[in-house]
Write a protein that binds this ligand. Structure first.
Ligand code: FEO
Length: 390
């Protein structure tokens, strides 16, 4: 694989994680994910981020660097926008090959380098607006963007080429192969990546939506010709597309509008909850409301999270189990809480075996506003749009 030229003196290098791994140890990635790095060359050379040490990724990096006459040993500055190991895992191996390169990050990032990697030499802390002059007119500057996705995160900006190296922000699941630019993919492929960018956002970034909104506001006065994220494609034809997509995603759990659709999540032990759900689905179909449906625990939580995150309405159908919520649903609702779901309209369907106290407890366990509870065993078609008040 060869490094790919993005602009004068700027190259993309990437590793690809394939489908047999979980991202962050538990998110399924059937379409894989890219781990992107970028090389910027003036008189001196900067490398922006490394990668996870897997699938022979160091050898792949060396091969790509060699294709543009460079090597890990020739790097003068290693810029770490973010210290999560998908971007830093082979930092110690890098250091063994290159002891002189200055490692650049935010103060919190440098603390990570010291404490986690035990590297204490040739470190430089940068703050918002600091610059790095590589010579030949190539100047980089830094924007602190904490909590997208870890507290130390920053973005790097090429002042000359107006390229934003945006770290986890504006990223997506999905491997790219030999193509890396947004203008190299068909409309059909973009539709697939759009779904994967939402799933990536819901899984990885959604807890930090208020920080995404702040970062987008902070970048508002910066001219951006190209967005080069750490995961997914490089946006050179239409960078505004991925920014507006992220602004919309950030709104889904911070008071912005969600999509006028329903995500149904259900589990049933002996078929009674399913019987009640069928009546609700009949009502939803009669009203023509778009919906997605996932049975638990069959469907992987990463997909449920994406559909539920975007939907204005949730239908949660599950039985009681040992006096408490059906465990697979409790796990999903725990995720909703962690991702700060708010303002959803939810209908809870299930049997509470005639106990008013159990019904109260089940309702309390819904971390979602407007929770409503309905016993399914009355056999009538249920008007979901009315109860969800779309
Ligand atoms: Fe791609 Fe938060 O690491």
């Amino acid at each position: 694989m060869k490094a790919i030229s993005i602009a004068e003196g700027v190259y993309s290098i990437h590793a690809e994680l394939t489908t047999d791994v979980f991202f962050e140890g538990f998110w399924r990635i059937p379409t894989g994910i890219t781990l992107n790095s970028y090389l910027v060359r003036g008189e001196k050379t900067a490398l922006i981020e490394l990668a996870k040490n897997c699938d022979n990724s160091i050898a792949h990096y060396e091969e790509q660097l060699a294709s543009i006459g460079s090597s890990l040993e020739q790097i003068d500055f290693l810029i770490l926008n973010h210290l999560e190991p998908d971007h830093t895992d082979f930092l110690n191996e890098f250091r063994k090959k290159n002891g002189r390169a200055e490692i650049i990050s935010t103060p919190k990032g440098i603390a990570f380098v010291r404490n986690f990697f035990n590297i204490n030499e040739n470190l430089r802390e940068v703050k918002n607006g600091d610059t790095l002059d590589l010579g030949k007119g190539k100047i980089l500057t830094f924007f602190e963007t904490p909590n997208i996705h870890w507290p130390e995160t920053m973005m790097t900006y090429d002042i000359n080429e107006k390229i934003l190296f945006s770290c986890d922000a504006f990223g997506s699941y999905g491997t790219l192969g030999e193509r890396v630019f947004d203008d190299e993919f068909s409309a059909e492929e973009h539709a697939c990546f759009e779904k994967e960018s939402l799933r990536y956002y819901a899984n990885i970034v959604s807890s930090f939506s208020t920080f995404v909104k702040k970062a987008i506001e902070k970048l508002g006065n910066t001219e951006i010709k190209t967005i080069a994220p750490s995961h997914g494609m490089i946006w050179r034809r239409n960078p505004a597309e991925i920014v507006s997509r992220y602004a919309k995603y950030a709104g889904y759990n911070t008071g912005g509008p969600c999509e006028k659709e329903i995500c149904i999540i259900w589990g049933s032990m002996y078929g009674y909850t399913k019987q009640g759900l069928d009546a609700v689905i009949e009502g939803i179909k009669e009203e023509g409301v778009p919906y997605t449906i996932h049975r638990i625990p069959d469907t992987d939580s990463s997909f449920i999270l994406a559909d539920a995150y975007r939907a204005e309405g949730l239908v949660l159908a599950m039985p009681t189990y040992e006096y408490k919520m059906f465990p697979p649903m409790a796990q999903i609702l725990d995720l909703f809480g962690r991702k700060h779901f708010t303002g959803k309209k939810a209908l809870r369907i299930g049997s509470w075996a005639g106990s008013a106290e159990r019904k109260r407890n089940m309702t309390k366990q819904l971390p979602i506003s407007n929770g409503q509870v309905w016993n399914p065993l009355n056999g009538r078609v249920y008007p979901a749009r009315k109860i969800l008040r779309f």
